[in-house]
Design a protein around this ligand. Structure first.
Ligand code: HSE
Length: 313
């Protein structure tokens, strides 16, 4: 029987003003998925959960198995699978955890079926798989998990993805404050967003997004950082989830961060920086959060140019 083992990285998406559009794959955490293709139409899922947080282990409730199933259905192939998910990407941190599982599973299943689907189709199917975990099929986590580097969604309905690997060396400081949030955190974080945006604000947000994209294309970290800091819509709405958010942001910028925002649906925050300033920035953020009585954990990481990849076949 055909088997494969694949992995896919955690992500930061949104990246500041790129809500649901711009994402970045990061080093540090990878979900792994082992899949065995079987002829009978059975679906089995086993989970080795290294995150310490409960996870859906029924095959029709987990983003990995649902994504693999979506690939089989789309490819119109009659078969089933036995899957083992090794869950490493922390859950509920805003690091694209369910997206990483979904991306790995979709990628692995497509490989087992003979690489018949395009990466763009896999993005769509993995996002559909991710819907079971977070309620809405946004593409900005699964895309960088699949491609690596930065991804920009150019079309949502008929996915069209622009992928570019970082053109410069930089570090990412990631800090996760322990805050109590509703169980369905992504849905909650999305419910905080305004339904309508004023035209003046829309123009400002468009300018920020354009800066972000030009910065990414030119490998200009300062420009990316400034754009990340200027999110007029999502960051203000979601900052209420994170105690003293703007004070922490100020400290990070004072310590040398080039950009700072909320990672995905939060509550992790991230700072973009030159590698030599990363440790100072990490300490500044940790101190500010813990000075406010919050438990926090932090790390320094970097972009992952590699998205989903085969580990063993
Ligand atoms: N772009 C999504 C959001 C990512 O910010 O709601 C959530 O994982």
């Amino acid at each position: 029987m055909k088997t494969i083992e694949v992995s896919a990285p955690a992500t930061i998406a949104n990246l500041g003003p790129g809500f649901d559009i711009v994402g970045l794959a990061i080093e540090g955490y990878r979900d792994r998925v082992k899949i065995e293709l079987v002829e009978e139409s059975i679906i089995e899922l086993k989970v080795e959960n290294n995150t310490g947080v409960d996870i859906a282990s029924k095959p029709w409730e987990n983003s990995a198995s649902v994504s693999a199933l979506k690939v089989i259905e789309y490819a119109n192939v009659e078969c089933g699978f036995k899957m083992e998910l090794i869950k490493n990407v922390p859950i509920g941190f805003g690091l694209g955890s369910s997206g990483a599982s979904a991306a790995a599973a979709a990628y692995g299943m497509n490989k087992l079926l003979g690489d018949i689907l395009s990466m763009e189709v896999l993005v769509k199917l993995a996002a559909e798989g991710e819907r079971v975990a977070c309620g809405s099929p946004h593409l900005d986590n699964v895309a960088p998990s699949l491609y690596g580097g930065f991804t920009i969604i150019l079309d949502i309905d008929k996915p069209k993805i622009f992928n570019i690997k970082p053109l410069m060396d930089f570090s990412i400081v990631l800090v996760t404050p322990k805050v109590k949030l509703p169980k369905n955190k992504t849905e909650y974080a999305r419910s905080l967003l305004p339904e309508k945006v004023d035209l003046t604000l829309m123009v400002k947000q468009q300018a920020s997004l354009t800066n972000l994209i030009v910065g990414i294309m030119n490998g200009d970290l300062k420009m990316i950082g400034e754009a990340v800091c200027r999110d007029y819509v999502v960051e203000p709405a979601r900052s209420i989830m994170i105690p003293k958010y703007y004070e922490v942001k100020d400290e990070a910028l004072k310590a040398g961060a080039l950009g700072f925002s909320i990672s995905g649906a939060g509550p992790s925050v991230f700072a973009l920086t030159y590698p030599e300033d990363a440790e100072n920035i990490l300490q500044a953020i940790l101190e500010k959060f813990s000075g406010n009585g919050l438990e926090v954990m932090g790390m320094i990481t970097k972009p992952s140019p590699t998205g989903a990849r085969v580990e063993r076949s």
